[in-house]
Design a protein around this ligand. Sequence first.
Ligand code: ASP
Length: 276
Amino acid sequence: MTSSQAACLRAALQVGYHLLDRGGSALIAVEHTIRVLERSGLFNAGRGAYLQLDGVRRMDASIMEGDSLRAGAVASIEGVVHPISAARYVMEVTEHVLLVGPMATKFAQHFKLEPQKRPAPQLVLSYDLVLKRMRTTRNRHGTVGAVALDQSGTVAAGASTGGIDRMLPGRVGDTPIIGCGVYADNETGAVSMTGWGESIMRLAVAKEICDRLRRGSTPGQVVRVVFQRLVKKVHGSAGALVLTPQGRFTIVHVTPHMAAGWWDGKGEPTVKDRFQ
Ligand code: ASP
């Protein structure tokens, strides 16, 4: 983690905490924390989102709150700085959960979400060449996410990403899939995931963590059990932020690093790139 990334994480945690401190909802705190990270261009989300192999930046995001189990998500959205806000609009103003592709972009434009300049079109690659490049995939990550608990006892979770390095055009990962990249339920907890989306989806990891929290184990125990299975069954890699309505939380990853932090309003926010 660079020093600019650490400073940005601290700033994002402070924005989220101050909103909660003033009585704001967990949902708004999660959205605004993620907006700071999307805007920075320092992470794989919003301004810093990876390009797909055809040179187009298609982004995914989702948000969920644990009281009513309302959720919103966008996949393959283009040309906006804040996919997380597009996801919140899907949740707030439609009866749907997920909008995809050009129609997600159109929806965001309709609500005048801040536009993001699109990268200049690349040389047109043959599809054979695109496929060849995909096979050399390296798993660099950097998705951003947040979980929060507000004064009413409601939890929320969100995540926003540009996907993985060298992905096929049109590829969608776990981030906008409710139950995979995020889940939030006041009866169990809020979960936001990062990592190799294809493995996370196959085990519906966020919902799996919530289901196991219901059985009474601590967040740390639960995530470790789920991650053991993720690694063993599907050779997965992931990191999770988990927060329960009782205020218990954990950050666990089976990737070498995960830049993350927390803040309860005392002293300085804690930010590290290795947990366990
Ligand atoms: N989970 C994201 C995806 O697979 C990538 C990441 O977390 O960095 O799209």
